[in-house]
Write a protein that binds this ligand. Structure first.
Ligand SMILES: Nc1ncnc2c1ncn2[C@@H]1O[C@H](COP(=O)(O)OP(=O)(O)OP(=O)(O)O)[C@@H](O)[C@H]1O
Ligand SMILES: [Mg+2]
Length: 280
């Protein structure tokens, strides 16, 4: 299979990215701005109360790619759920383009670690779900084909999920998100279950998709290299309740080179903020 990256390179990614950006801007589809103001969150009551987020302040600029790193159980997924509108923060506020987020919205799409495809629906029909739910599938069928092309799976439109590899299933999950033309893509360890080689390939593809599509991205990952390879800013959280312990700016152009000495230096910084000795 020719990778998404190769096909875009062949097509002249720069020119197409600029064109896509111009089209998106013209349609008002550029990435969302997210403002997280003084957000604290807890579960339960009284003695049972578990504080998970502690006064988190974070902004995502339109079109920015921000990654979140932190110890297991510190509250990263909880923060993503709040941003997605699946829950309301106990204190503080979260705004999208200045408007409080109060419920889920198709402009913000979440991709989880597990692709959760419907096994009885073909790939095409899985990707079509969002448009079907909005009642616009009949007029917008080309968007499903386009989303499948963007993840390099146009030849698998008729396949069932059980006929796909893990990486391909995760690509379908990405296509299912992209078909909605999200203004914010919320990614909760989306590559966490893939083998390491597929994961590296998908990281490159994700970077290309983001560059071309212009959405803002908020990625949770346990993988320090992945965060630094993909994001323009990496936020490191403390142990629960999560507070922002550090913010690393990754001021490197794309595509990035994994062997870049500046990435290695940032990796050491990130690991030390996570309380890990980075001597290996
Ligand atoms: N609905 C809930 N009710 C009660 N406690 C919850 C709920 N959701 C999460 N928690 C608790 O909140 C804490 C943070 O969970 P969260 O899933 O946000 O962590 P995380 O940083 O995403 O961890 P991981 O890296 O392991 O995915 C955990 O202690 C978890 O048990
Ligand atoms: Mg989590």
């Amino acid at each position: 299979m020719v990778s998404v990256v190769e096909r875009w390179k062949a097509a002249g990614t720069d020119g197409r990215a600029q064109q896509a950006a111009a089209e998106d801007d013209a349609q008002g589809l550029a990435g969302a701005r997210i403002d997280i103001h003084g957000v604290s969150h807890w579960f339960g009551h009284g003695n049972e109360r578990l504080q998970v987020l502690d006064d988190v302040d974070l902004n995502v600029a339109p079109g920015e790619f921000v990654a979140l790193l932190g110890p297991s159980g510190c509250g990263k997924s909880t923060l993503l759920r709040l941003v997605a509108g699946l829950d309301q923060p106990a204190a503080g506020a979260i705004l999208q383009d200045g408007t409080p987020i109060t419920e889920p919205d198709p402009s913000r799409i979440v991709v989880f670690q597990d692709p959760t495809l419907y096994p009885w629906r073909r790939v095409w029909d899985n990707v079509a779900l969002g448009l079907q739910a909005q009642g616009i599938l009949a007029q917008q069928r080309h968007r499903v084909d386009d989303a499948l092309r963007r993840v390099g799976l146009e030849n698998f439109a008729r396949a069932f999920p059980h006929q796909l590899s893990g990486g391909m299933a995760q690509r379908v999950a990405l296509a299912r998100a992209l078909v909605n033309e999200p203004r914010l893509l919320v990614l909760d360890e989306p590559l966490g279950k893939l083998d390491s080689l597929t994961r590296l390939a998908m990281q490159s593809d994700l970077a290309e998709l983001w560059q071309r599509s212009r959405f803002s991205a908020l990625l949770v990952t346990h993988d320090v290299e992945e965060a630094l390879f993909l994001a323009q800013r990496v936020i490191v959280f403390s142990q629960r309740p999560a507070r922002i312990a550090a913010e690393l700016r990754v001021d490197l152009p794309y595509p990035r080179h994994r062997g870049d000495a500046r990435l290695t230096a940032l990796r050491h910084q990130a690991l030390s903020h996570l309380g890990l000795d980075a001597s290996w």
